[in-house]
Design a protein around this ligand. Structure first.
Ligand SMILES: Cc1cc2nc3c(=O)[nH]c(=O)nc-3n(C[C@H](O)[C@H](O)[C@H](O)COP(=O)(O)OP(=O)(O)OC[C@H]3O[C@@H](n4cnc5c(N)ncnc54)[C@H](O)[C@@H]3O)c2cc1C
Length: 583
């Protein structure tokens, strides 16, 4: 079926919906593979950062400084400035659209502490995170979805986008499969925004929803668009042991502490100033260090199955019930642990992609180190890399990225569609997608998708985790090469058209493999340690050689990856000059 809209937005998470809000006079379609309010944004617990200064003095420049330093200087500083400055207005926009934030006694938006956010350029923690209990993302989605319905945005729920259409160097639409019927649809548009989220499912232990399979990144990558800084993948220190479900940093913001197997609050030893609220990459490494030095708690003896605890017992029942209701329930429901009386077993969990499709500060996708834009193609949110998070994202800085850059992309598209007409579709627009589907439905290769997926997830968890080294990365690369071959032999049991979830999962698995491939290539090449990318064989940051972004391009076939590099944008202000990162 053929449909035509001014703008097609793929993804109904915070970034997609925020963009949709900016297009009141356009015809807008939002395509989403899950029901909009089930997007992963709904799982965000902790809050959204903005220097409102409601609880104590704060400034956007302090926020910018923390973002740049937290990202271990792989941050484009002009983008970080936009993030920190516009965060304030974007949060007020959410408030005015009806988001029920927690309030201070005098009725303003309440704020709390979060890892890495400081006052006066690193002096000590500051209250910057605006929140709605531990359900901030849920509230963002509900509020924005209602606003989108009010604004007549057309939703295509349970449509799986398979391909980006490009003609004459311009994006002009997408092809999607309607999950209910298996029917293929072409959406013709003047502008396309990818807001498809991350790819945490590439790891065995992850905080990410089942839908976080890297779709948008892989679709772009297959069409010759590079992926930037994919080796920069964040492991959140406090995932529930084994299941990976997130216990938000809000628990530590409220005073929760990490405890080792010997009953010591160990973060004080590593980070005397920020303690448990040091940035995530550092806290994750401290946990691994405790475990390596024999102060973890033994799991069931499988390598990597040791853990430490998150202790919130001292916060008391009232604070826990008011500020951390959901995450304490997770501990009860998934592990049978009572956080009021017992410490909760935790381990670092795959959480957030700092890398993704490279964009400029207006959400325009750029194709190379010279910032050449692809007209009509935009990306925002976790799928994008506008490079505000650099090598490590601070907590609460993703939700703000979604609303600031989702909004900017939406506003830019509003202008673009006024100034540009439709370009014709390429010939046989559905060819690639139909072939992808029919190959999977007709294959008799005998390979199981579940097998390919679990091998990938185990390999990534074992070798592309908090600490990396050349040998492990090379092995992981060989494994992924083998899995790309195995993928072509996947055979499905269900050959039907209606709600063929086996087919859908196999398609998504292909996306995941491509994202993992770019991640490992980037990680192997980057011979330094920076932010979330810690190389045991190159433990120091190396600004002389590596203060640059990785661009991974897919070659003519699956295993063939070409890496190029792009300068990091620094501004001329001594306070933002790359320094050693000590807290
Ligand atoms: C458990 C958890 C807690 C978090 N807590 C916080 C927090 O407190 N503060 C913070 O700042 N950040 C937090 N984050 C990070 C943040 O929530 C995410 O980075 C962010 O919500 C991603 O939003 P998004 O709009 O980019 O995409 P998502 O919300 O992931 O939405 C992706 C959308 O794309 C659609 N989609 C994907 N692929 C396709 C396809 N092929 N076809 C059609 N549709 C597709 C999906 O259906 C969905 O609608 C948290 C993340 C997790 C996992």
């Amino acid at each position: 079926m053929y449909q035509k809209f001014d703008v097609v937005i793929v993804g109904a998470g915070g970034s997609g919906l925020m963009a949709a809000m900016q297009l009141p006079n356009a015809s807008v379609a939002v395509l989403t593979k899950v029901y909009p309010t089930r997007s992963h944004t709904g799982a965000a617990q902790g809050g959204v950062a903005a220097a409102l200064g409601n609880k104590e003095e704060d400034h956007w420049k302090w926020h910018m400084y923390d973002t740049v330093k937290g990202g271990d200087y792989l941050v484009d500083q002009t983008a970080a400035e936009v993030l920190a400055r516009e965060a304030i207005d974007a949060v007020y926009e959410l408030e005015h659209r009806g988001l029920p934030f927690n309030r201070t006694k005098d009725g303003r938006i309440d704020q709390r502490r979060f890892g890495g956010h400081t006052r006066n350029f690193g002096e000590g923690p500051v209250m910057r995170s605006c929140y709605a209990a531990d359900r901030t993302g849920h509230m963002i989605l509900q509020t924005m979805y209602q606003n989108a319905i009010k604004n007549q945005v057309r939703f295509f729920n349970e449509y799986l986008v398979l391909d980006l259409l490009i003609n004459d160097g311009r994006a002009c639409g997408v092809v999607a499969m309607e999950i209910r019927s298996g029917e293929i649809h072409t959406f013709h548009a003047k502008a396309v925004l990818f807001a498809t989220g991350g790819y945490g499912r590439a790891w065995r232990v992850t905080s990410n929803a089942f839908a976080c399979m890297g779709d948008g990144m892989a679709i772009a990558y297959r069409r010759g668009i590079p992926l930037q800084d994919m080796e920069m993948y964040q492991f959140h220190p406090t995932g529930l042991y084994k299941v990976g479900v997130l216990l938000s940093e809000a628990a530590r913001g409220e005073g929760g502490k990490l405890l080792n197997g010997k009953g010591e609050y160990f973060m004080e030893r590593y980070m005397p100033t920020m303690k448990d609220l040091a940035p995530r990459d550092i806290v994750s490494r401290c946990i691994i260090q405790e475990i390596k030095e024999g102060r973890g708690v033994k799991g069931n003896g499988i390598v990597g199955d040791d853990y430490v605890y998150l202790d919130v017992r001292h916060l008391g029942a009232k604070t826990i019930a008011e500020k951390l209701p959901d995450i304490t329930d997770f501990a009860r429901n998934y592990l049978g642990v009572e956080p009021l009386t017992e410490p909760v077993p935790i381990q670092p969990t795959a959480h957030y992609a700092m890398g993704g499709i490279p964009t400029d500060i207006d959400g325009r996708v750029v194709l190379d180190a010279d910032w050449t834009p692809m007209p009509g193609f935009y990306a925002a949110g976790e799928v994008a890399c506008v490079s505000v998070h650099g090598a490590n994202r601070l907590g609460t800085n993703s939700l703000v990225d979604l609303i600031v850059f989702g909004r900017r992309a939406g506003k830019h598209m509003a202008k673009f569609i006024q100034e540009n007409d439709f370009v014709p579709l390429p010939s046989e627009p559905e060819g690639f997608s139909r072939e992808l589907v029919s190959r999977l439905l007709t294959s008799t290769g005998g390979e199981s998708a579940a097998n390919v997926r679990s091998t990938l997830q185990n390999e990534m968890n074992d070798k592309v985790y908090v600490e990396r080294e050349e040998k492990g990365l090379r092995t992981a690369l060989d494994t992924i090469d083998g899995l790309q071959d195995a993928y072509r032999r996947i055979q499905l049991q269900d050959k039907g058209k209606n709600f063929n979830t086996e087919l859908m999962e196999a398609i998504e698995l292909g996306f995941l493999l491509d994202c993992a491939e770019a991640t490992v290539h980037g990680a192997l090449a980057r011979q330094e340690s920076r932010g979330a990318h810690f190389r045991l064989d190159y433990p120091k940051r190396d600004d002389a050689n590596w203060l640059k972004h990785t661009l991974a391009y897919r070659g003519s076939k699956a295993h063939d990856v070409r890496l190029e590099y792009k300068d990091v944008i620094l501004i001329d202000d001594p306070i933002f000059k790359p320094k050693e990162r000590k807290y």
